[in-house]
Design a protein around this ligand. Structure first.
Ligand code: PGA
Ligand code: ZN
Length: 425
């Protein structure tokens, strides 16, 4: 049974140059491992509390020294020398130490760094790869590798807000391996650079997750340009490469209206607008099509997308809506508000709670997209988690920037090691 010998943390920087937390956990048998936590920019209101120092003179208040001190003092003092039979036991101790509903005391970023560092150290002690350990943690066999959904174009909070919706992603539908998926995405990404540089007469600039962010005239032109890039790369839109969108609509919903540039529309009109998008363009997944608190309209959206196309089925994914929070997921299941979960463990704060979210989604027959955040580090645990928990898809960002590539490259490694098949859409 693992006993914690040493727990220590430092402040490091994420891909936006903002501080975050890296924890190292050593067990009495000699196993030791570290983990770094990511951070969002287009965050949901119901996310667990991310602890920041609030000292405006340092990193604009975003410092993580308090979180680091919480690990080095409070948590290390209480957990050192104690045995934890499994992840659940460790996470329960962390939750008890925090004692608040929303991780307001110690911080979700603090707890998650320890939760994942412990999981990794435990995997080392068990002499199994992290993906196998994650699978064992939820009592499931390894099944498939997640199908990548890869950021092509960015808008909203991840770019200059030149267009309100946040991401247009490409989904390699006909690819049968991660390797083939990434080669396909590379071709589409390169043709998108070529086409948009010509069309907008600008050098290709990238947003927080590496998506291209030219000055699109409209949402429609963003979709047209994505389809143009797929065709130009020699693929058939829809059959070979489809589109997924993260509308991130909580961020332009105000006063019961969706503010789409010049147009402000009601929830019902927003549902009609999205239905028109999926009819006109080969979109197979719609994330946060409606705002996080627009609960009444979500079942209408889910129904509309269900009825819009059967093959391939369209996912209605909740990100801000669900915040990887079991209570919100249960509510969405009860009201048929979504049919897929975007799983981001830092929205909830511990692996055990994220595992509860996963299990609720699975029981409801939902699909699960395991997702990175816009602020990431070079850590690659997300790839192991997505494989171990058999995520149907993985969303990491674009195929540029090392904080994204660390995860894609780890997926390639896992593919080479296990030969697992790629999950069907
Ligand atoms: P975030 O965005 O990490 O900035 O919250 C990612 C997403 O909305 O999916
Ligand atoms: Zn999102």
């Amino acid at each position: 049974m693992p006993k914690i010998e040493m727990l220590r943390a430092i402040e490091i920087l994420d891909s936006r140059g903002r501080p975050t937390v890296k924890a190292t956990c050593s067990l009495n048998g000699g196993a030791s491992a570290s983990a770094s936590v990511p951070s969002g920019a287009s965050t949901g209101e119901a996310e667990a509390h991310e602890l920041r120092d609030g000292d405006a003179s340092r990193y604009g208040g975003l410092g993580c020294r308090k979180a680091v001190a919480n690990i080095n003092a409070t948590i290390a003092d209480r957990l050192k020398g104690h045995h934890f039979v499994d992840q659940h036991a460790l996470d329960s101790a962390l939750l008890k130490l925090d004692g608040s509903k929303n991780k307001n005391n110690l911080g979700a970023n603090t707890l998650l760094a320890v939760s994942i560092a412990f999981a990794r150290a435990h995997a080392v002690e068990r002499k199994v790869p992290p993906y196998q350990h994650f699978a064992d943690m939820i009592g499931q066999p390894l099944r498939t590798l997640p199908r990548p959904t890869v950021n092509l174009f960015s808008g909203g909070k991840h770019a200059g807000g030149q267009v309100v919706i946040q991401d247009v992603l490409v989904v390699p539908m006909s690819a049968t391996t991660v390797d083939e998926s990434l080669a396909t995405v590379y071709s589409v990404y390169q043709s998108a650079i070529e086409l948009t540089s010509k069309k907008y007469d600008v050098r290709a600039l990238t947003a927080d997750e590496g998506g291209l962010a030219p000055p699109f005239e409209s949402i429609e032109s963003m979709f047209d340009d994505a389809v143009g890039a797929i065709e130009h790369a020699g693929f058939e839109p829809g059959a070979d490469v489809a589109l997924a969108i993260d509308v991130a609509s909580s961020h332009f919903f105000d006063n019961q209206q969706y503010h789409l540039g010049e147009r402000s529309i009601t929830s019902d009109e927003m549902v009609d607008t999205i239905k028109a998008w999926v009819t006109r363009w080969p979109i197979v997944s719609v994330e946060d099509g409606l705002a996080e608190n627009d609960w009444d309209a979500w079942p209408t959206l889910c129904d509309a997308l269900d009825g819009a196309r059967t093959a391939p089925p369209i996912l209605t994914i909740g990100d801000d809506l669900l915040c990887t929070n079991p209570q919100r997921i249960q509510r969405a299941i009860d009201h048929r508000a979504a049919n897929a979960l975007l799983l981001k463990v830092n929205q909830i704060g511990t692996l055990t709670e994220a595992g509860q979210s996963l299990s609720l989604a699975r029981q409801a027959d939902w699909q699960v997209t395991v997702s990175a955040r816009s602020g990431e580090t070079e850590d690659n645990w997300l790839a192991d988690l997505a494989v171990g928990w058999a995520g149907n898809q993985i969303k990491i960002g674009s195929i540029t920037q090392s904080e994204r590539l660390a995860k894609y490259n780890r997926l390639l490694e896992i593919e080479a090691e296990t030969g697992l098949p790629l999950a069907d859409w």
